[in-house]
Design a protein around this ligand. Structure first.
Ligand SMILES: Cc1cc2nc3c(=O)[nH]c(=O)nc-3n(C[C@H](O)[C@H](O)[C@H](O)COP(=O)(O)O)c2cc1C
Length: 183
């Protein structure tokens, strides 16, 4: 089996982010022959068509996206939709000629937020995936409550049931990625 590279992208920039904690849990539980790195969005400027070319931080993350076999999108929910940092990097990535960075790429969505577990934001993100031609995994979905003791003060996931769901999603994403490759 070929090795697979996943790229984790957290929509939350804060240090103690629970969404980033979900990604750390995912990386700690990857199936064999899968590796994962994280994108740092903290220095990514807002997309602006007046900016010529790609600023260095943008180029760095776009190179990570290009090198990834699949994306793991941790979708923080702000005001019933995805946090702007996540949408912003997808907007930058979408400007590549022929949508070459994103078209056909598998993705898994997860999120930690209020009582609905970012489900509203994740379903917005699924809509965005349609136009970007990303291929989001359908199941299992990961909707985590960030306010019910599932995360410690540093944003680490401590809830075994959610961790099990994250592990199952990573396993399913590896299978989905291989299935899409096989055509
Ligand atoms: C501007 C803002 C808007 C928010 N709106 C929502 C919301 O609509 N739904 C929700 O579940 N949580 C909402 N929250 C709470 C976040 O989900 C919560 O702060 C979560 O911990 C953010 O993710 P993080 O821990 O990865 O930073 C909002 C938080 C902020 C700062």
């Amino acid at each position: 089996m070929a090795n697979l590279k996943f790229l984790g992208i957290s929509g939350s920039l804060r240090r103690q982010s629970c969404n980033s904690g979900l990604l750390r849990s995912a990386r700690a539980q990857l199936p064999p022959e899968v590796t994962m790195e994280f994108a740092d969005l903290s220095d990514i400027p807002f997309y602006n068509q007046d900016i010529a070319g790609r600023p260095a931080p943008v180029a760095r993350v776009l190179a990570q996206i290009g090198a990834a076999d699949a994306l793991v999108l941790a979708c923080a929910e702000y005001n019933y939709s995805m946090a702007p940092a996540l949408k912003n990097i997808l907007d930058w990535a979408s400007r590549e000629p022929d949508n070459a960075l994103l078209a056909g790429k598998p993705a898994a969505l997860m999120g930690a937020g209020g009582g609905m577990g970012t489900s509203r934001a994740q379903y917005h993100l699924r809509q965005v995936c349609v136009f970007l031609d990303l291929h989001p995994l359908n199941r299992p979905e990961v909707f985590a409550n960030a306010f019910a003791g599932a995360f410690d003060a540093d944003g680490n996931l401590v809830d075994e049931k959610i961790a099990g769901l994250v592990a199952a999603q990573m396993k399913a994403l590896a299978a989905w990625t291989r299935q899409l490759r096989a055509g």
